[in-house]
Design a protein around this ligand. Structure first.
Ligand SMILES: Cc1cc2nc3c(=O)[nH]c(=O)nc-3n(C[C@H](O)[C@H](O)[C@H](O)COP(=O)(O)O)c2cc1C
Length: 245
């Protein structure tokens, strides 16, 4: 269609990287491309932390249990950040702002802002020939990540992103049918789409070029959601002062 759409449609997560660090110029370009994303009311309510310290990277890998958190070209951690806005005001205004900052609406705004910046950064990285993998696994111990990165009040780590020169070429993973995701004029029944997508994913896992297995989308959802997962996140977020009301 065009180069940008081709790039987007060719996305696949990369979990094995060459031993090659990103240059300062690449890092700056990726972050600035992230910053160019739309942002709620111009707030820019996020912070991106680059992790360059080897010990810190190892500690974050231990939290995630994923090798590529340590071995990559660069590791970014995307944080929702309402601290900057809060700190920008005098004490009297800060008091008035608390009702907003501590409610669900602003929690959502900051997570949306951070995520839009992250996806821009991901696409920018891929356009430079790099590969990326998002890392929600950092929330396996969100309190530990908070401590390791010295995050203040009103700042929470959302996810990491490993970026680097790909050392693997995984297959592109199928997505739901267009009509499963795009509904016109209201929500539509999705039963038939799920059945269809289970067949598609069964085929994909059977045919893909590495790590073939018998699996499908519904089975994955069942395995992941049938047991409590990261139940400490709710209390953590509230302790940080967000999503409280
Ligand atoms: C917010 C977020 C967190 C993710 N966390 C992880 C993770 O911790 N580890 C991992 O290997 N992949 C992670 N992924 C990657 C997804 O598993 C992946 O995007 C999905 O399976 C689709 O595969 P694809 O990206 O290759 O198309 C994450 C993706 C997102 C968007």
């Amino acid at each position: 269609m065009n180069e940008t759409i081709d790039l987007l449609m060719n996305h696949r997560s990369i979990r094995q990287f060459k031993d090659e660090s990103l240059t300062d110029e690449q890092i700056k370009t990726i972050i600035q491309a992230g910053q160019a994303a739309s942002t709620s009311s111009y707030y820019q309510a996020y912070t991106i932390i680059g992790v360059t310290d080897d010990k810190l990277k190892r500690q974050l890998r231990e939290v995630s249990g994923q090798e590529y958190v340590e071995h990559n070209g660069h590791l970014f951690v995307f944080c929702a950040d309402l601290n900057r806005m809060y700190q920008s005001q005098d004490v009297e205004t800060q008091e008035k702002m608390k009702d907003n900052i501590e409610n669900t609406e602003f929690f959502m705004m900051s997570t949306i802002d951070a995520t839009l910046a992250a996806q821009n950064a991901a696409v920018a990285s891929e356009s430079l020939g790099l590969g990326i993998c998002y890392l929600g696994s950092l929330r396996n111990d969100i309190n530990r990540v908070n401590e390791l990165l010295s995050l203040p009040q009103y700042v929470i780590p959302l996810f990491g992103m490993a970026v680097g020169v790909p050392d693997e070429e995984p297959d592109v993973k199928p997505r739901f049918d267009f009509n499963a995701i795009y509904h016109e004029n209201g929500y539509q029944d999705h039963t038939k789409h799920v059945e269809q997508f289970n067949k598609t994913t069964e085929q994909y896992y059977e045919d893909r070029s590495f790590n073939t297995k018998v699996d499908n989308w519904s089975k994955q959802v069942e395995r992941k959601l049938s047991k409590p997962m990261r139940m400490d996140v709710t209390d953590f977020v509230k302790q940080k002062g967000l999503n409280k009301r």
